[in-house]
Design a protein around this ligand. Structure first.
Ligand SMILES: NC(=O)c1ccc[n+]([C@@H]2O[C@H](COP(=O)([O-])OP(=O)(O)OC[C@H]3O[C@@H](n4cnc5c(N)ncnc54)[C@H](O)[C@@H]3O)[C@@H](O)[C@H]2O)c1
Length: 504
């Protein structure tokens, strides 16, 4: 028999709990909101009033509707008032001891058929469930911030969750106007596990000096179309929260990639927590736009590599003497050098490091690698031999052809692909482990992060072989096992499969 959820409790009316209570009340459910004490209850009430007040001011609610919604919420400081609730959602701070104590109490107070749910972002739902005498009726219901706006809810089941319960909770989420995705109980679930791992990787890249924080942010926004670059997003999420989630992930996996980047710990220790403290990776302002590169002082440019003709033609139109020596391969480096002898700079269009080519030229200081990404971005890679003047000149040339230059070191896959491919690989491993379905993972990343496409859609767009080969190059460069292509991806490429989503 399907459960009916009509009376729900929400414990903790802070950032998340107040929003969750509002979501339930808007859907017509009776809500009991519980806070720790009277002072916190006052804050909870004003959280609720100001959130619905904003909707009223924007014309999304009438006064009568606001009153009706607030009228469905009873506020209390006594957990005993949850005795006849059908469902209780907990949204108290992310501290296991607090949650365990609370669930022991809820288990004692709530009727035996009641479902107990946690809004935890990273803690083990299984461990929380185990503190109760009804572990089969304890699930995760992970809402996103702000709960009234964000459509995604991760419904987390454990190995002991009663059959059918996760689907009943998902049906409730749909009734609330949300899109539920079903996930197993692993630290970070889908969104935080994939997102924070990628953000942490960006922080490691920054520490390694691959590019600047502005460069990495710009590259990801323009190259992938994500709404915010990783450092602006880390500042928004909060560096302390991000650090904690990484610690929980690392504790579970012992995977080096989940070890929080030391720069996160340093910033957090210094009290630089991101927007909430006024400064983090950025100092409270919007990320500055990188300074415009000056007009290049060079007059002649040799362009090598795939797409050289078109690039050179654009430079020619802009008044430069641009040549495209054909002998751009390593084996023909001598011929390349002859052909580039007169050029002030040599641009090697490439998606792989250019140091080998540079090392064979008598004037390697002039050679700069250039990776065109999409139609807006150009990664400008300088090798250990490249002169600052040549790099600067190429940044200027890139602007002339209407692209934004992002300077980086000459490393496998440069910036965008080096961040993107491991994220895609993580998603494939996640799917292959049976943890969540492809459609759910795609939906979670689109709805939870505002990404234009989910990871599996992105893999299909880029091509499975391109992603696999990019991962192989990253693995060869960094020797990080996490960059080795997921066996499933490798096998699909070998089998000639064109669409990974065709499997789902
Ligand atoms: N903030 C986010 O963006 C976000 C997003 C998704 C999930 N979460 C998760 O939601 C939970 C709550 O996070 P938050 O950001 O809303 O925290 P918060 O600090 O804003 O709110 C927590 C509230 O719980 C109350 N509280 C503490 N102990 C209590 C108790 N024993 N009984 C009743 N109330 C109690 C506090 O007074 C406070 O109002 C955490 O598990 C967090 O990981 C947070």
């Amino acid at each position: 028999m399907t459960r009916s959820f009509e009376k729900v409790g929400v414990v903790g009316l802070g950032t998340m709990g107040a929003g969750i209570a509002e979501v339930f009340a808007r859907a017509g459910l009776t809500v009991v909101g519980v806070e720790a004490d009277h002072e916190a209850l006052g804050r909870g009430r004003s959280n609720l009033e100001s959130s619905t007040g904003r909707a009223l001011a924007k014309g999304r609610l009438s006064e009568a509707e606001q009153a009706e919604i607030l009228g469905r919420v009873t506020l209390t400081t006594s957990l005993e008032d949850l005795a006849d609730a059908d469902l209780v959602v907990e949204a108290i701070p992310e501290i296991m001891d607090f949650k365990r104590t609370l669930f022991t109490e809820l288990d004692r107070i709530c009727k035996s058929s009641a479902v107990l749910a946690t809004n935890t972002s990273s803690l083990s739902v299984t461990e929380i469930a185990a503190t109760t005498g009804r572990p089969g009726r304890v699930v995760g219901m992970h809402f996103f911030n702000p709960a009234p706006v964000m459509k995604l809810v991760e419904v987390v089941h454990t190995v002991v969750t009663e059959d059918g319960l996760a689907e009943e909770v998902a049906a409730l989420a749909r009734r609330l106007g949300k899109t539920p995705v079903s996930v197993g109980d692993r630290a970070g679930f889908v969104v935080n596990r994939l997102l924070l791992t990628y953000l942490n990787h960006a922080a490691v890249m920054l520490e390694n000096g691959l590019a600047t924080r502005e460069g990495i942010d710009t590259a990801m926004k323009l190259g992938v179309g994500v709404p915010m670059g990783p450092f602006a997003l880390l500042d928004l999420i909060g560096l302390d929260t991000s650090y904690e989630v990484m610690c929980v992930l690392f504790q579970e996996t012992r995977d080096r990639r989940h070890a929080p980047a030391p720069i996160l710990r340093e910033l957090v220790t210094a009290g630089l927590l991101g927007r909430k403290s006024g400064a983090g990776f950025y100092n409270g302002e919007a990320p500055p736009t990188p300074p415009a590169a000056g007009k290049p002082t060079v007059t002649s440019v040799a362009v090598l590599g795939e797409g050289a003709e078109e690039f050179a033609a654009r430079l020619g139109d802009a008044g430069f003497k641009a040549t495209t020596p054909q002998a751009a391969t390593r084996a023909d480096a001598g011929a390349t050098e002859d052909a580039t002898e007169d050029a002030d700079v040599v641009v090697a269009l490439s998606h792989t490091p250019v140091i080998e080519l540079a090392a064979r030229l008598p004037h390697p200081r002039r050679l700069v690698g250039l990776h065109l990404v999409g139609d807006k971005l150009a990664e400008v890679a300088s090798t250990v031999l490249t002169s600052p003047e040549a790099t600067c000149a190429v940044e200027g040339l890139v602007k002339i052809v209407g692209r934004v230059p992002v300077h980086c070191k000459d490393r496998a896959e440069f910036v965008v692909d080096a961040l993107l491919y491991p994220y895609l690989n993580d998603a494939v491993r996640m799917y292959d482990s049976g943890y969540a379905g492809m459609d759910d993972i795609d939906a979670a990343m689109k709805l939870g992060c505002g990404y234009p496409a989910g990871p599996f859609e992105t893999i299909d767009t880029l091509g499975l072989e391109t992603v696999r080969d990019g991962l192989r190059a990253l693995y060869a460069e960094y020797r990080d096992p996490a960059f080795a292509p997921a066996p499933l991806l490798d096998q699909l490429v070998t089998a000639g499969v064109r669409s990974i989503r065709g499997l789902s």
